[in-house]
Design a protein around this ligand. Structure first.
Ligand SMILES: [Zn+2]
Length: 81
């Protein structure tokens, strides 16, 4: 499972979206965030945040951002499944 970190438009909220690469190596994101509070269509398309990172990378990126990432989304990174 890969993850993308996106910012919800008009807010400071960062959410994680489950993602995967397609055959053309393009990052395809789920339509809603892990916590289901943010929809892909509601997020800023500016991609200074990160697309299709693995779990470890995503954890490090979340820790490095000054702005907090949604706690509900983060908790999924630490859940075992
Ligand atoms: Zn969230």
């Amino acid at each position: 499972m890969l993850y993308s970190i996106l910012k919800k438009s008009g807010t400071d909220e960062l959410h994680l979206f489950p993602s995967k690469k397609n055959d053309e190596n393009k990052c395809i994101k789920a339509k809603s965030s892990i916590c289901r509070k943010a929809l892909l269509d509601d997020c800023e398309k500016v991609v200074y945040l990160n697309n299709c990172r693995d779990k470890n990378d995503t954890r490090e990126l979340c820790a490095s951002y000054g702005e907090p990432v949604c706690a509900a989304c983060i908790s999924a990174l630490y859940a075992t499944y």
